[in-house]
Write a protein that binds this ligand. Structure first.
Ligand SMILES: NC(=O)c1ccc[n+]([C@@H]2O[C@H](COP(=O)([O-])OP(=O)(O)OC[C@H]3O[C@@H](n4cnc5c(N)ncnc54)[C@H](OP(=O)(O)O)[C@@H]3O)[C@@H](O)[C@H]2O)c1
Length: 308
């Protein structure tokens, strides 16, 4: 099968190569795995800098490794121990960080990481909502305990994760303040933010008291945001451990995990037109390496359409 591999951590996306790799076919597959023919795939921003791209769970070198852990596709084989899926079923989900990923024509993945993809949701949209959908859901509702009527400040509100957090928070009945750069204002408002703070020209502290901060930026902005949080509120960040702490609240940093039930919640909202994917560029697998290495910062999710 065709797949993109990486072998050199220092090279970043410049080290990506399109090569032929053995195709997983289900024989000898791990307990609970299914094989999926990938129709659409996506890469998470800084995945190539994570240890899991380079070593397995026992710390052994696993290069050449196939990056990309978001996918939408069709199940082609089931191993012993799989639950809830069948051959021929459309699925989408997040694959294990320490195994070969989805920038390939086929991938072996634990069935429990996947959810059914309804027939009226395009594979491209399915792949695009996996990571932002799960990350926003977990940050807002699991870790942030957001409830209707509360106020949430979402950093990077025009970005991939931020725009999903804005939409899900609005949908849940929260009051949403988005932040970002000046050129992100209109996009953030279009996704549903009721106010926007331009972090380069406005004063963040003018946003006033909030119940939850959903942080995707970290650093000094996260620290300053902690002071906006009301007593009992939460700062949730996806940028790693932080010293930012609200005086009378809590800070939670987390890394997204696969969750079938949450994927079903997210895709149902997409079907009903209540939320939408934030897709920037769509490219083929043949063009993927050039796309990831093209000049200029991509806005929105880059989705690789593996099977036209
Ligand atoms: N822990 C987890 O589970 C997890 C999951 C997913 C993502 N992440 C991480 O979360 C971060 C965001 O991911 P993403 O995919 O949402 O990225 P993204 O699409 O680039 O979103 C970031 C947004 O914030 C804006 N921004 C960046 N720096 C800014 C600054 N200094 N001031 C104002 N606005 C700024 C960006 O604007 P511009 O486009 O103009 O720069 C963009 O709108 C990444 O570091 C990613 O690795 C973590």
């Amino acid at each position: 099968m065709k797949a993109i591999v990486v072998t050199d951590q220092a090279a970043g996306t410049a080290g990506m190569k399109l090569v032929e790799r053995p195709q997983p076919n289900g024989e000898g597959a791990n307990y609970g795995d299914v094989v999926v023919q990938v129709y659409a795939s996506a890469l998470t921003g800084d995945e190539l800098s994570w240890p899991s791209t380079w070593v397995d769970r026992l710390g052994r070198d696993r290069t050449p490794s196939i990056p990309g852990h978001e996918l939408a596709g069709v199940v082609t084989a089931l191993s012993y121990g799989t639950t809830g899926l069948s051959v021929g079923q459309r699925v989408f989900g997040l694959t294990d960080w320490t195994r070969d990923g989805t920038l390939a024509e086929y991938v072996s993945v634990e069935a429990r990481n996947l959810a059914p993809l309804p027939g009226d949701v395009d594979f491209t949209v399915g792949a695009a909502i996996v990571m932002p959908g799960l990350t926003a859901w977990q940050g807002l509702f699991e870790h942030g305990r957001l409830r209707a009527g509360q106020t949430v400040l979402v950093h990077g509100a025009a970005g991939i994760v931020g725009s999903m957090a804005v939409q899900l928070a609005r949908e849940a009945g929260a009051y949403v303040i988005g932040t970002g750069r000046a050129d992100g204002r209109q996009a953030a408002l279009d996704f549903g933010a009721q106010e926007f703070v331009d972090l380069e020209n406005d004063v963040l502290e003018d946003a006033g008291g909030v119940d939850l901060v959903f942080d995707v930026l970290g650093g000094d902005i996260a620290k300053r945001s902690a002071d906006l949080i009301r007593s009992g509120g939460t700062l949730v960040t996806i940028t790693g451990p932080t010293e930012a702490r609200p005086a009378y609240g809590q800070t939670i940093d987390f890394v997204v995990v696969p969750d079938r039930a949450q994927l079903i919640e997210v895709v149902q909202r997409v079907r009903e037109g209540r939320i939408r994917a934030n897709i920037g560029t769509i490219a083929t697998l043949d063009d993927a390496v050039a796309t990831y290495n093209s000049a200029g910062r991509a806005k929105g999710k880059t989705v690789i359409r593996v099977r036209p």
